[in-house]
Write a protein that binds this ligand. Structure first.
Ligand SMILES: Nc1nc2c(ncn2[C@@H]2O[C@H](COP(=O)(O)OP(=O)(O)OP(=O)(O)O)[C@@H](O)[C@H]2O)c(=O)[nH]1
Ligand SMILES: [Mg+2]
Length: 231
């Protein structure tokens, strides 16, 4: 079996609800590798529903607060630096961007919600755009709901999860920037997140640990996507 960086998760987080290598089969890893070796390409950007692509492909969306690392994660998954635009300035992604993987499904990069320093009007605009997509897109299969490891779940995240729960849109919690926290604080964080999501109707079980910087969890995320689009 291929050795991934994710191996460490098996040992250190055994008792916690962390998604790890043993959740997938060797066949799934191999099919995932082949799928993501194929072409990733930009399809289109939308500022409202009239701009959504009409391809009838399943969509996997990346949602979360501004600066949480949505665009970075899409680049890590596809292995294409600069496919999605990344920036130190929160609010970089202002439209909904659609990317296709091997013309089989779409990865959707959403604008972030809730960046305190952006103007109230802008925040309202991004939030409306994102929420409308999340509530009313029939192609949307699963949302990867990103949480910054340093900050945990905030009220604005809870509000967005309420929307997903009531729209019955399935979502998976993904911790980003895991390279930035210590092991001690990570265990506390994982326990507290798990206690919160366990009560939520549309949350998929388990937490996915990632770092776009250190490429942690990227293969697990890809394999989960493979499983989602193939079932
Ligand atoms: N250390 C570390 N930094 C990261 C990681 N992922 C993203 N970043 C940094 O965080 C910043 C924001 O990343 P983006 O990917 O643009 O975040 P976003 O969620 O798309 O932000 P918006 O488009 O503004 O909503 C950039 O400076 C990234 O380099 C990570 O895993 N580790
Ligand atoms: Mg972005």
């Amino acid at each position: 079996m291929v050795k991934y960086k994710e191996d460490f998760q098996e040992k250190e987080y055994k008792e916690l609800a962390v998604i790890n290598l043993s959740d997938f089969s060797a066949d799934e890893y191999e099919s995932t590798r082949l799928l993501f070796a194929k072409e990733s390409k930009f399809i289109t950007s939308a500022v409202d529903r009239t701009g959504y692509p009409i391809l009838n492909l399943k969509e996997i969306a990346f949602a979360g607060r501004s600066n949480v690392g949505k665009s970075s994660l899409i680049n890590s998954i596809t292995g294409v630096t600069g496919l999605a635009r990344v920036s130190n300035t929160p609010g970089r992604t202002q439209m909904i961007n659609f990317f296709s993987q091997d013309s089989k499904f779409l990865l959707v990069d959403l604008p972030g919600f809730g960046y305190a320093k952006a103007s109230k009007d802008l925040i309202k605009k991004w939030k409306a755009l994102t929420y409308k997509y999340l509530q009313g897109r029939k192609e949307l299969e699963t949302v990867f709901f990103l949480i910054d490891s340093r900050h945990g779940i905030k009220e604005i995240d809870e509000n967005a999860m309420d929307i997903l729960d009531s729209a019955a849109v399935s979502y998976q919690i993904v911790l980003t920037k895991f390279d930035k926290i210590t092991k001690g604080s990570s265990i506390e964080l994982l326990e507290s997140i798990n206690n919160r999501i366990i009560k939520r109707a549309a949350a998929r079980p388990g937490i996915l640990i990632t770092s776009s910087k250190n490429k942690i969890g990227i293969n697990l995320l890809k394999t989960l996507i493979y499983r989602i689009v193939n079932t």
